[in-house]
Design a protein around this ligand. Structure first.
Ligand code: 13P
Length: 338
């Protein structure tokens, strides 16, 4: 086995350690500004650093969190005592990851659809991130359900970029998190979400295969199969778990070691309950992959509200994050109870 393969295997094994999940703290400048303004905090380089430092230094977080996804600015920042944030994570027993796509643009020729960019110069950027301490990476494709979309072309273009990204990551020794997100926005039913998610995952795995991505050394980060937020018929955790696992069993090869869901706008409690329902089913009928979480909002929203930009609220915010991480870890084991 080559050194790179060994390195990828070790990283993947650490990321999907039993009962553990991933914290997504890779909000871009615009997104973190939105999250901060909801709690009346100005987004500055310093406030962003203070907030991320608070999250990462939560005592005991590594009992439940194996890795943290960072944004370009964050991976280059130091804490108040001059320790680079990736080193802080390492000292806390967590791996550093990095968001490497550069966001979405309208997909020319495909009205209302989007394309994720960032392949140009990617190998060079990944090499730099690795030197800064990153061990894994993330790229997010975004698919919207609406009249006539997503089209096959929209899905295929995004799948191609995801697959090229994943191949480049593996070449450099970073484990790629492959994130095709079918958004919850809209009034579509759970059945429509199931059909679209199944189509998207089929196209994505076909593209990964064509680009020679080693499935054993990647992690899939999909949406759960849920009704659109404006759909009049909502679904129970049991229905969501059934629909999601049916879709994943049909599309995701057993060679993929881990599936870590995004929360996508679900409430904290719903994201935990739905994950738990899947792992409860997995106890009865074993799943071929570890089924865990890579949540952003569903891990951070109570912490950010407790923090409110005040250093004096640091402990309360850390306790809020610790609690969500602990409950989601219980859900990974199918042992969560509300
Ligand atoms: P959410 O859990 O807030 O959807 O964020 C996860 C993520 O990494 C989106 O790219």
């Amino acid at each position: 086995m080559s050194t790179t393969a060994k390195e990828l295997q070790q990283t993947v094994a650490s990321l999907i350690a039993p009962g553990k999940g991933i914290l997504a703290a890779d909000e871009s400048g615009g997104t973190i500004e939105k999250r901060f303004s909801a709690v009346n905090v100005a987004s500055t380089q310093e406030s962003r650093r203070d907030y991320r430092e608070l999250l990462f230094s939560t005592p005991g977080l590594n009992e439940f969190i194996s890795g943290v996804i960072l944004y370009d600015e964050t991976i280059k920042q130091q804490n108040t005592t001059g320790v680079p944030l990736p080193d802080l994570l390492k000292a806390q027993g967590m791996l550093a990851g990095i968001k490497v796509d550069s966001g979405t643009v309208p997909l020319a020729g495909f009205p209302e659809e989007k394309m994720t960019e960032g392949l140009d110069g990617l190998a060079k950027r990944l090499t730099e991130y690795k030197q800064l301490g990153a061990r894994f990476a993330k790229w997010r494709a975004v698919l919207t359900i609406a009249n006539g979309i997503p089209t096959h072309g929209g899905i295929a273009n995004n799948a191609y970029a995801l697959a090229r990204y994943a191949a480049i990551c593996q070449d450099i020794g970073l484990v790629p998190i492959v994130e095709p997100e079918v958004l919850m926005d809209g009034d579509h039913t759970i059945e429509t979400c199931a059909a679209v998610t199944e189509q998207v995952l089929n196209v994505v795995f076909h593209a990964l295969n064509k680009q020679r991505v080693v499935l054993e050394y990647m992690i899939l980060k999909p949406n759960m199969v849920v009704p659109g937020v404006q759909c009049t018929v909502q679904a129970s955790p049991q229905q969501i778990a059934d629909a999601t696992l049916r879709c994943l069993r049909r599309t995701v090869p057993g060679a993929v070691p881990g599936i870590t869901f995004l929360s996508g706008g679900q409430t904290d409690a719903a994201a935990t309950e739905n994950l738990n329902a899947m792992n409860v089913l997995g106890i009865k009928n074993p799943l071929p992959w570890q089924v865990s979480f890579s949540y952003g909002r569903a891990l951070q929203s109570s912490a950010i509200k407790s923090w409110h930009g005040e250093a004096s609220n640091k402990e309360a915010a850390q306790q809020a994050l610790y609690l969500r991480a602990r409950l989601n870890s219980a859900a990974v084991r199918g042992q969560y109870s509300a």
